[in-house]
Ligand binder design. Structure first.
Ligand code: PLP
Length: 386
C-alpha cells in the first residue's frame, strides 16, 4: 500500500505531539527553500526579500498576541524558547535572588532547565497541582520569598490539557515585581491569548504544534524586560539570538499562525464539541475509565483518559494496528517511565494510571474519526483486559 493511501486510512489523534503541516504553509515556504535563498542579513535584494518575508511573519505573530513585532524573537523550537527564558531570566536577576517557582507538571524543557539552575546554586520550588492538574494561585503567592526572581507556569498542560489560571498568577508576579514566564507551546494558536490583558513577561511557542514546520518557534519578550542572549554569535534578532535565520521555517510559522487565527472561534467550537463527544462516548461505552484533567478549563482538542487494568503502551500499539494514532502520555517523554510524571502528580488511582491514553484533535478531525477511534478503543481495551 502506498504511504499516501496508508495516510488516508489513518486517524491521526496525536496533534499535541505534532501536527501535519498544511498545504498553504508548504506553499508559502517553498520559494524560500530554493529560489529566494538569500541570507536575511545581507543588504542586496535576495537578503532584503528574505528579511521582508521574516518581518511579515513577525508582524502576523505579534498581532495574533496583541503584541508588538519588536517583542517577538524567533528561535529553533519551544524547548529553546523555554531554556532561554528560564536560564537567562534567572541569570539576569541573580544579584537580587536565586529562587524560582514553577510547577511539577511543566514540560521537561522547563523542568530540566530548573534542575540545571539548581546545580548552579539556585533554589527551585516545584508546586504541586490538584487532581485536575491545576496550579493554585494561592500556592504561588505562598511560595514567594524575598529572593524569588522568576515564576514559570505553563499556559496549558501538554498531557491533560488543563488551562492554568495564568491571569491570576501573572497578576501576583506583577504585583510582587517578579518576572513571569509561561510555556504556551500547547496553548498558542489553540486558544486566544491577549497580551494586552495578560501580565506575562515571556511566552514560548512552537510552530509544529499549529500546522507549521518543525524546527522553528518563538519567544515573546515584553518590552522593557531585559533578557540576555542564550545563543551568542552574530547580530541576528536584534543581537539577542545569534544564528542565520531559518527563513523558510519562519515564513511557514507566520502562515500557520495566520491560518490558525483566521477561523479560530469556529475551530474551537468544533474541536470542543467533538472532544466532548469523544469523552462522553468513551465514558458510556467502555467500563472502568476515568477522565484526566479539568472538564471545562482544558484545551479544545485534548482528551485524556485512563482505563483500569490496561497497559497504555500496549493499547497504543493495538490502536496503531487499527490505523489510530494516539499517545500513551507525552511523545516527548515516551520510553522514560511507564506512568507519566503528570499522571502521577494528578494522583490518578494506581490501577488506572498505567492505562492512560491521550487523544488530541485538530481542525480537520471528523465525527467518523472519533467513531473509529472509540470502536478500536472498545475492542482493544477488552482484548487487553482478557
Ligand atoms: N513545552 C510544551 C508544553 C510542549 O508540549 C512541548 C512539546 O511537546 C515543548 C515545550 C517543546 O517544544 P518543541 O518540540 O518545539 O521543542
Amino acid at each position: 500500500m502506498s504511504s499516501e493511501r496508508e495516510n488516508k486510512n489513518r486517524v491521526y489523534l496525536d496533534n499535541a505531539a505534532t501536527t501535519q503541516m498544511s498545504t498553504e504553509v508548504k506553499r508559502a515556504m517553498e520559494p524560500y527553500l530554493q529560489r529566494n535563498f538569500g541570507n536575511a542579513s545581507t543588504v542586496y535584494s535576495y537578503g532584503e526579500e528574505a528579511k521582508e518575508a521574516m518581518e511579515h511573519a513577525r508582524r502576523i505573530i505579534a498581532s495574533s498576541l496583541w503584541a508588538k513585532p519588536s517583542e517577538i524573537y524567533f528561535t529553533s523550537c519551544g524547548s529553546e524558547s523555554d531554556n532561554w527564558a528560564v536560564k537567562c531570566a534567572a541569570g539576569e536577576c541573580r544579584q537580587e535572588g536565586q529562587h524560582i517557582i514553577t510547577s511539577k507538571i511543566e514540560h521537561h524543557a522547563v523542568l530540566n532547565s530548573c534542575e540545571y539552575l539548581e546545580k548552579l546554586g539556585y533554589e527551585v520550588t516545584y508546586l504541586e497541582v490538584d487532581e485536575k492538574g491545576m496550579v493554585s494561585p494561592e500556592a504561588v503567592l505562598a511560595a514567594i520569598r524575598p529572593d524569588t526572581t522568576l515564576i514559570s507556569i505553563m499556559f496549558a498542560n501538554n498531557e491533560v490539557g488543563t488551562i492554568e489560571p495564568i491571569m491570576q498568577i501573572g497578576k501576583i508576579a506583577r504585583e510582587q515585581g517578579i518576572l513571569f514566564h509561561t510555556d504556551a507551546v500547547q496553548a498558542y494558536a489553540q486558544i486566544p491569548i491577549d497580551l494586552r490583558r495578560y501580565p506575562i513577561d515571556m511566552l514560548s511557542a512552537s510552530a509544529h504544534k499549529f500546522h507549521g514546520p518543525k524546527g522553528v518557534g518563538f519567544l515573546y519578550i515584553r518590552e522593557g524586560v531585559t533578557l540576555p542572549s542564550f545563543i551568542h554569535g552574530g547580530g541576528q534578532e536584534e543581537g539577542k539570538r545569534a544564528g542565520t535565520e531559518n527563513v523558510a521555517g519562519i515564513v511557514g510559522m507566520g502562515k500557520a499562525a495566520e491560518l490558525a487565527f483566521c477561523d479560530m472561534g469556529n475551530r474551537i467550537r468544533k474541536e470542543t464539541m467533538l472532544r466532548n463527544y469523544l469523552l462522553e462516548k468513551v465514558m458510556h461505552e467502555i467500563p472502568g475509565v476515568c477522565i484526566n484533567g479539568h472538564r471545562s478549563k482544558r484545551l479544545p482538542g485534548n482528551a485524556n483518559f485512563s482505563f483500569r487494568g490496561v497497559d497504555g503502551a500496549s493499547l497504543v500499539i493495538l490502536l496503531d494496528e487499527d490505523g489510530i494514532c494516539a499517545s500513551g502520555g507525552s511523545a516527548c517523554n515516551t520510553g522514560e517511565e511507564r506512568i507519566s510524571y503528570v499522571i502521577r502528580e494528578l494522583k490518578v488511582p494506581e490501577d488506572y494510571a498505567p492505562g492512560t491514553i491521550r487523544m488530541t484533535l485538530c481542525g480537520s478531525t471528523t465525527r467518523e474519526d472519533i467513531d473509529r477511534a472509540v470502536e478500536s478503543l472498545k475492542k482493544n481495551v477488552a482484548r487487553l483486559r482478557d
